[in-house]
Design a protein around this ligand. Structure first.
Ligand SMILES: NC(=O)c1ccc[n+]([C@@H]2O[C@H](COP(=O)([O-])OP(=O)(O)OC[C@H]3O[C@@H](n4cnc5c(N)ncnc54)[C@H](O)[C@@H]3O)[C@@H](O)[C@H]2O)c1
Ligand SMILES: O=C(O)C(=O)C[C@]1(C(=O)O)C=C[C@@H](O)C=C1
Length: 367
């Protein structure tokens, strides 16, 4: 028997969970609630959710007796819904959240002596975009999905959740909440603070004609994409992971002070070491392509960014029997040449396409 599922917060992550569960036919019934009625209407029209309450007062009736409830609002809002849902749940309902911080919610749930079972959750995938319109059924494929059970559920419920997430293509991994919050402070939360700090710096330094804004190119755009994310989401993440963020932020400030000192002292070796150490460590991430554990076979091709270029290269490869998994232009440079990234299913296709396209005089790089 497939489980019944409820989702509170049908935005980027909640909407993607709903779409994935529908896409892979994982539920017997899927109900949702969101502050945006427009999202709920769209999801029902698309067949992604079966039903939704007309207003929050009907939430308990519609969510009673579900097997799983996913809380997918900003982290502090998730806790409010966890409390609210205690009125209509018991140990047979497993509530889980997708929030980016875990110590805070785990401590609150533990101190509450909740009726329902609970497992903290956090998919290590997402984007700077928000809302149901940005959601996508394949978001979780090959992405780590961290879980913090901490004894608030039974083994069978943990097993069931692991299977449900794996069926959406995710790679679940159990961690303790403290480790989770320290790791994510370093690899996600402080990077977001830094990206927003850089954008604020340029905003303050730009001239009245906005020349910096006009000229900002690939490097600035690459490192600051995430600064376009939801301020409410990041406010709540920051407030619920203060001590780990402060610890990592202090380490980052040391790093910045170090390079500042090397510059002030004209210490050429120190400056080289700063960039070289970072390059060596960052290059070691390359093979993973942001999707850990999955080997990717891709090439990049420098192309003139003109209409029809993707079709031209795709048809050349297809004429030679080479299957493409994914293809797209990375337009970091304004107007002129773009970098076309092509992903293949296997190494042979990667190598064959590299020699074919080099033979046609395209500059090709094998990744
Ligand atoms: N965006 C990411 O990259 C990402 C990745 C992993 C985890 N998360 C976590 O997932 C959660 C959701 O983030 P998202 O990116 O989907 O954000 P989002 O803004 O796309 O979605 C949040 C949804 O919650 C709804 N909502 C907010 N307050 C509400 C309330 N009081 N009542 C009812 N609905 C309410 C909003 O209408 C929206 O649809 C957050 O806890 C975040 O920390 C985000
Ligand atoms: O790729 C992005 O845009 C993200 O910001 C995703 C990201 C991250 O920092 O890596 C953001 C917050 C999450 O909790 C998990 C993933």
């Amino acid at each position: 028997m497939k489980p019944s599922v409820g989702i509170v917060g049908l935005g980027l992550i909640g909407g993607s969970l709903a779409k994935a569960m529908k896409h892979f036919h994982l539920t017997s019934r899927l109900v949702a609630y969101d502050g945006s009625r427009e999202s709920l209407l769209q999801a029902r029209a698309e067949g992604v959710v079966d039903d939704f309450p007309q207003d929050p007062s009907q939430l308990a009736d519609l969510f009673r007796g579900l097997d799983y409830i996913f809380l997918c609002c900003p982290v502090q809002v998730n806790l409010e819904y966890f409390r609210l849902l205690q009125g209509c749940t018991d140990r047979n309902t497993l509530i889980t959240d997708v929030g980016s911080t875990k110590e805070d919610i785990m401590a609150a749930v533990r101190s509450m002596r909740a009726q329902s079972a609970f497992i903290g959750g956090h998919p290590m995938t997402g984007s700077e975009k928000t809302g149901y319109k940005a959601s996508n059924p394949h978001l979780f494929e090959n992405a780590f999905y961290l879980l913090t059970p901490a004894g608030l559920s039974d083994d069978q419920q943990l097993q069931g959740l692991l299977e449900l997430l794996s069926s959406m293509g995710a790679i679940p991994m159990v961690v303790d909440p403290q480790t989770h919050d320290f790791f994510t402070a370093a690899i996600s939360h402080v990077p977001h603070i830094l990206a927003s700090g850089l954008v604020n710096t340029v905003r303050c330094l730009d001239d009245s004609s906005g020349h910096m804004h006009t000229l900002a190119a690939g490097g600035f755009k690459d490192i600051t994409r995430i600064a376009s994310a939801s301020p409410v989401m990041w406010q709540q993440i920051s407030l619920t992971n203060r001590s780990s963020i402060l610890q990592v932020l202090d380490r980052l400030l040391q790093e910045l002070q170090g390079i500042r000192r090397s510059l002030a002292d004209l210490d050429a070796v120190g400056i080289y070491d700063f960039f070289n150490q970072a390059k060596r460590y960052r290059d070691s991430f390359q093979d993973k392509g942001g999707r850990p554990l999955v080997q990717t076979y891709s090439v990049t091709v420098d192309v003139v960014d003109e209409p029809g270029i993707i079709a031209k290269i795709a048809s050349t490869l297809s004429t030679h029997g080479i299957n493409i998994k994914n293809i797209g232009i990375n337009n970091n440079r304004e107007d002129d040449p773009g970098v076309l990234e092509i992903v293949f299913y296997d190494k042979k296709s990667q190598q064959d396409s590299a020699s074919l396209l080099s033979g046609l005089e395209y500059p090709v790089y094998v990744l």
